[in-house]
Ligand binder design. Structure first.
Ligand SMILES: Nc1ncnc2c1ncn2[C@@H]1O[C@H](COP(=O)(O)OP(=O)(O)OP(=O)(O)O)[C@@H](O)[C@H]1O
Ligand SMILES: [Mg+2]
Length: 425
């Protein structure tokens, strides 16, 4: 008897893209990010990409991917935006058909993909629990056995008899996760939905996924957070532009992925990067870090003053005001450690009609030694997302004297440096 629960052979998925009227495909992360900015995010008309490219084009989101997953494997699937992670999970969940290749699945799959898949808006929370249970092949008795636990986990007691279309996105995800994890699937597939829950709920979900795995069930988990992948997963699969780039232990996969994205960040001018979301009406074109004399620096030092410079191109060709620019700093494990954003300090910008530079000055750089990556996020107030590039660039902080005492802090323990005053009374 084999303990293989999933076998994927030469899997490929082709999309036809470039229909003029079609709303460009949004990845889950961009949908969530836009949701934050505009709850009625679907209102704004996409611009740019779809108009620039009226022709149909074939696009392979997955190419010739093969692997095997054994019972009890906890597999982290990692890769840059657009690498094909969600596409792979959708095929494994049978939401979409592969174009080439085969999959064999041995066991009951519960998947939690994008917010909303699997739930019926007109039905109440209670009805959706029973519906999903039935889809998973469970009878009423089995579902009832888990019902109270699902409701308690999701914290939706009061809204059980409300149609889920009235749920907030947080409630929705909580219930969806609770159902997927509690209905005793043999294989649990989760696509970084946890990003929308609050920190406490995320912790609860990760704990639950750990339990599911300990019970010998199989978990496939897509995440951009390398710390989570390393702690939760035993195995790691790295996808790169639709290809399987690495299949090994979780920690080896994380290492390879981080090295690779570091190289990429160094190589490509931002304007040529394809792995970005947003409507493209304004785009980040370049990124540099300058010292206090406005000279470029490649290696930074804790405690010094710097300018982060983002070159931009404005395709609207008129001045735009109320532009929000955000620079997110991630440590080498993918944890967001610092967030600089114009609207925190009422510094939303007016940008030129053609192109120019945005400068963000930081005094006394509060980062301990280590490698950092940056994401750049540019929006028009809360109206539309112009551009979002993850891993836009990276920089190394090496040495420096933030505290003025020669102490580097403990960079392996904590990345943020703050001078504190201490008193004993
Ligand atoms: N229905 C679709 N139609 C056209 N293109 C699609 C469709 N679904 C996905 N794609 C494209 O396939 C590629 C892979 O998308 P996928 O959602 O699998 O990426 P991902 O690795 O999950 O990215 P992210 O980390 O941003 O969630 C992307 O370039 C995406 O634009
Ligand atoms: Mg995805």
């Amino acid at each position: 008897m084999s303990d293989t629960v999933i076998r994927v052979e030469n899997l490929g998925k082709k999309y036809i893209i470039g229909h003029q009227k079609q709303q460009p495909y949004k990845t889950l992360r961009s949908a969530i990010a836009e949701g934050v900015y505009s709850l009625k995010g679907k209102l704004f008309k996409p611009f740019g990409k779809s108009i620039a490219n009226p022709h149909q084009e074939e696009f392979w989101a997955l190419k010739d991917v093969s692997f095997e997953i054994k019972r009890g494997d906890r597999v982290g699937i990692i890769g840059r935006n657009g690498a094909g992670k969600s596409t792979l999970l959708k095929i494994l969940s049978r939401i979409t058909e592969p174009t080439t290749g085969q999959i064999y699945i041995n066991g009951r799959v519960a998947s939690l993909l994008e917010v909303g898949t699997g739930f019926h808006g007109e039905l109440t929370g209670r009805e959706n629990i029973f519906l999903n249970g039935a889809i998973l092949g469970m009878n009423k008795v089995e579902i009832r056995k888990n019902f109270d636990e699902i409701v308690a986990f999701a914290e939706v007691e009061k809204f059980l008899d409300t149609p889920v279309k009235f749920y907030s996105s947080g409630m929705y995800v909580r219930l969806a996760f609770a159902v997927a994890a509690h209905l005793e699937p043999e294989i649990l597939i989760v696509d970084e939905v946890l990003a929308v829950g609050d920190a406490q709920f995320q912790k609860k979900c990760l704990g639950k996924m750990g339990d599911v795995a300990r019970e010998g069930r199989t978990v496939l988990f897509v995440s951009h957070n390398m710390t989570t992948v390393e702690s939760l997963c035993s195995r790691g699969i790295v996808l790169e532009s639709g290809n399987l780039y690495k299949d090994s232990t979780a920690s080896e996969a994380v290492k390879v992925y981080l090295e690779k994205s570091y190289e990429l960040g160094q190589q490509l001018a931002l304007i040529h990067r394809k792995d970005r979301t947003g409507n493209g009406r304004v785009r980040a074109a370049s990124f540099r870090i300058l010292n206090e004399l406005k000279l470029e620096e490649k290696t930074l030092q804790s405690g010094k003053d710097y300018y982060f410079e983002i070159g931009y191109v404005n395709y609207i060709r008129t001045k735009i005001s109320d532009v929000v620019v955000s620079l997110d700093f991630f440590d080498e494990k993918g944890n967001r450690v610092l967030l600089l954003r114009t609207n925190f300090t009422n510094h939303n910008l007016e940008i030129n009609a053609e192109q120019g530079h945005i400068l963000c000055g930081v005094k006394n750089l509060p980062l301990a030694s280590g490698l950092y990556r940056f994401s750049i996020y540019i929006t028009h107030g809360d109206k539309e997302t112009f551009d979002w590039i993850e891993d836009a660039a990276s920089a190394i902080v090496d040495g420096g004297d933030f505290f003025g005492t020669g102490s580097p802090g403990i960079p392996t323990h904590c990345k943020i440096l703050v001078k504190a005053d201490w008193y004993a009374t």
